[in-house]
Structures are given as C-alpha cells and as structure tokens.
Write a protein that binds this ligand. Sequence first.
Ligand code: HEM
Length: 144
Amino acid sequence: MITRKESEPGDDLFGRKIARQRREGTLDHAGLVSLAFLLLTAGHETTANMISLGVVGLLSHPEQLALIKADPGRTPMAVEEPLRYFSITDTVSSRLATDDAEIAGVSIKADEGVIVSGLSANWEPAVFENPAEPNEPSTHEEAS
Ligand code: HEM
C-alpha cells in the first residue's frame, strides 16, 4: 500500500505524509510501513473489534442497553465496561523490571521480564465480585 501511495499519493493521511516528506527530503519508506502497520493493528483492529464486541455485549445484555437508554449519563460505562469485559488487548503488555519489586506477594527481580495479563486483572474476583457479570461504575472507580 505504501509503495502504491508513493507513486500515487492521494489526499489522505499517507498521501499527505508522503507529499510532506518529499517536500522536506525526508521520505522514509520503512518508517511509513511501520506507521501503517501500527495504525492497522493498534489503531484499527482494536477499535473496529471493540465496537463490534460492544454491540454484541449490549445485545446479549438487553437489560444493560435499557439502562443506558433510560439514562444516557451511563454512556461512558458502555465504553468502559466492554473494555474490561472483553479485554481485547490482553497479550500486549510486557515490561522489563528496572528494580526489585514486590506486587501482590509476587517477587520480581531487576532485569526480569514481566508479562501482564489485562484479562486477569480485569476479571480479578478480589476487585470485581462477579467479573462475568456487567459491573456498575462504582466498582470501576474502586478498581482504579
Ligand atoms: C479500543 C481501542 C484500543 C484499545 C483497547 C487499545 C489498547 C491499548 C493498550 C492496552 C495499550 C498499552 C500496551 C502496553 O502498555 O503495553 C496500547 C498502547 C498503544 N496504542 Fe492502543 N488501544 C486502542 C486504540 C488505539 C488507537 C486508535 C491507536 C492509534 C490510532 C492506538 C495506538 C496505540 C499506541 C501507539 C500504543 C503504544 C503506546 C506506547 O508507546 O506505549 N491504540 N493500546
């Protein structure tokens, strides 16, 4: 796609970026491919799938949809709760410890790798009494 856009840049995000990089003499094919990959995976896949799953979540919990319709002030929860419930970016968070640390009784040494499960945190029974059920805003506030 980037190769095609380099020969036919249109008036879109990449077309305009390519045109600017040409003007400035900084055309960076590998960087543009990397940006396209990032937008597709981090940007598009997450958002498109989350919207679809959010719709599925509300349709399979009609009582929750009714609550939101009755009180549009709950709309932010229609975003937050599906993010918790489906935890679609579960596998992305890996880190390297810079210092020794202890988290929830688990000892982590400096230079050890850590893979954090967002799904596990989002479904933690000590935080969410019924993780498989829709949770109310107050539960989220306590969790944060
Ligand atoms: C429902 C939508 C989205 C979800 C659930 C989501 C989730 C996440 C999560 C959990 C992280 C942290 C990863 C980590 O700490 O290791 C992250 C990072 C990131 N996301 Fe998203 N994201 C979403 C939408 C987007 C969009 C629309 C973009 C860009 C257009 C984007 C770009 C990024 C980037 C660039 C990072 C890395 C940030 C950094 O340098 O640490 N994300 N996202």
